[in-house]
Design a protein. Structure first.
Lengths: 213, 213, 213, 213
DNA sequence: AATGAATGAGGATTCATTCAT
DNA sequence: AATGAATGAATCCTCATTCAT
């Protein structure tokens, strides 16, 4: 999480010490999130990374290739973290709570990634878009399984499709990119706590009848 | 909801009967959602609308102006509908449930609008982006007030910021554009019901302690 | 033939009176022949034609499209002229002689076209290259038929494949681009006469045994 | 002639046993003929030769240098063969026939070289282009002298410029690259026989009056 | 003798917008 | 109200060549 902050502050020329691909990836993440993929010219990109166009095309076959690299990095990170939490010990509800809170925390700590992820999917080639969707689905399914397990065990209410709950939750998370500000009233951890609470609250079994009966 | 369906099926040349501006707005909505704002060329746009470039520039001062028109139409519709529900009679919880369910329904019935709304905000000029955000905030606030009222009345739990709940809810709704498919297992109404339930469940007061204590 | 000369001398900005596509075609023919297709930049091209890049892309979808237009014009002209001669009256040998002499004359009068035709075929797309080859083959076949007819009638020797004679002849013609100079010792008409003579001489029946028995 | 076949079939990495310069020359000949000089990138070239860029630039100072090397090899071979035939014993007509037939045979056996020779001349520097032209002219002159000698001796008709006959003949030969296919109906030797026959037939003295009187 | 990362100039093409008609 | 030819700036990408190792 410190990384994300550092990346932002270290913006210009980027520690010339870092390897070229990393410099480019870092600059791309910042610029794509800031101005959008299409509004970012390759020239701006390489200038921000402190490299030349030739160097960029030596490592990435196209601007889209660089975008895809951003997706790959995000997906890898998300998957890695979720697995850590899913495979931890402790009661299911606790593990789900922790995983949910962590997703939020990771998201606000890598807000640029999240903004790009959902906004620029359509800029990828058909094929790569498919690859991203597939990997993302796997990620969702991992989460869904935790919920389904809880439903089977009776820990969670079963009268709502687990799939829908997952989409509901990740929708909220994805939306963080639209309103979360690092200098806002709520910290990422605080929001993570609330969101995890809301998720578990909505999964509590035997809900008292709501307004609509 | 019939609109959305019609719009899609009437895609080509678009009922040559409709006035030119409507034809353009309709084609723009479809194409911007399908390929993105920047991937849609003015030529494609006017071809799809069955008009010429000159005609388009007669009614819209720029491509961005057309995009802004999409935003204006969406905002107007959202505001109108929310007000209908907010000002209805009946218990607060019921009204909130109905409003929430309706937002979902309206969203899936105008999925193109929703996709564009969150994906292309950064393509608007600074000024117009500000205007959209302001109007959108007003919309959120209207929703938030319902929740706050419920919290004050003790109908809803008060240990979670109303603002956060609103963002949480609308995040889920916005995300529908990423996964909802008209031919999927769940209808828009069904999802609306579930989402409204989840919202109210998460606002139920006196939640039993969750996993994390 | 006057055209070709005019075209060359009228080179610069090209009578701004001519329509844009013609101006471009004319400039392209001159430059592609002079420096080669790839050595000619679109910028040079439009500068020479006295138009802007945008104007060029309004009429031609690509630089290759412009090249293809050159091929189309050449093929149309060749076909038209050959037909005139093939369908004329008079003895076959005379018609063949006249047609052959005319091909040479037309070739040296449009030397740029000829140079481009055989040098840049590989710059066309697979598909267009195929189209050119097909049309060119038709042209050859028209010529070949005259020879075959003569062979059947006994006017020409039949112990050499008509196809081979055609290829042999057109090879010589094509090669004119490599050595003919308008200011050389021989005029186009003179060369045409000789080439036609050589063609008919090589088709004379009952050849005395040559050196190799 | 075995060379040509071998070269083609041994295409990939090229017998890693051959010295680097030969491997490059061989790959260049194949690729330049196949896709053209400009369409062949240095990267493709070195990949096809199974060497690295650095290695290539160690032996050749530029891509054009490699092209020039192709020309040098062709010219050397042509000159060598022609001399063998010109200096042989026997009647002039026979020697000319044999030389002409051999040119054809050599040409179809090294078709790639021929294709490159006439298509890419304009890619050489002014200076090198001049050198190639000069050497080529010498070659033509050698051929022309045989014809002139025959004309002086009365073996060949003298009413057609020897120069023109040479250009006519080599035009046909050069054109082989446009239509000869190793799997076609006629073998290289057969075509060589015919072409030599046509040449001698067109040089036969006292031609019966042709169609045009 | 050989590597391959890096350079940077150059090129084709796209496209929103204008404007004379 | 509408046309569509023309503009020209902006953009992505290619590629021969260099050079430190």
């Amino acid at each position: 999480m410190a990384d994300a902050t550092d990346r932002r502050s270290a913006s210009p020329p980027d520690p010339a010490s870092l390897p070229v691909p990393e410099r480019l990836l870092s600059a791309a993440t910042r610029l794509f999130a800031q101005h959008g993929f299409e509004r970012t010219s390759v020239q701006e990109l390489v200038d921000a990374a402190g490299v030349t166009k030739g160097a960029m095309y030596h490592y990435f076959s196209s601007k889209e290739d660089l975008l895809f690299a951003v997706y790959q990095r995000v997906l890898a990170m998300q998957t890695r973290r979720l697995e850590e939490f899913a495979e931890a010990d402790g009661p299911l509800a606790e593990r789900l709570h922790a995983a949910a809170a962590d997703v939020v925390l990771t998201t606000v700590d890598n807000l640029d990634d999240t903004v790009i992820f959902f906004r620029s999917l359509h800029m990828l080639s058909e094929e790569r878009r498919g690859a991203v969707r597939k990997e993302r689905r796997r990620y969702h399914e991992r989460f869904r399984e935790m919920i389904r397990t809880g439903q089977r065990q009776g820990v969670f209410r079963a009268d709502v499709p687990a799939d829908l709950v997952v989409n509901h939750f990740f929708g909220s998370v994805h939306h963080l990119g639209m309103w979360y500000r690092p200098d806002g009233a709520l910290s990422g951890a605080a929001i993570g706590g609330y969101y995890a609470d809301l998720l578990l609250a909505s999964l509590r079994p035997d809900p008292a009848p709501t307004g609509t009966g």
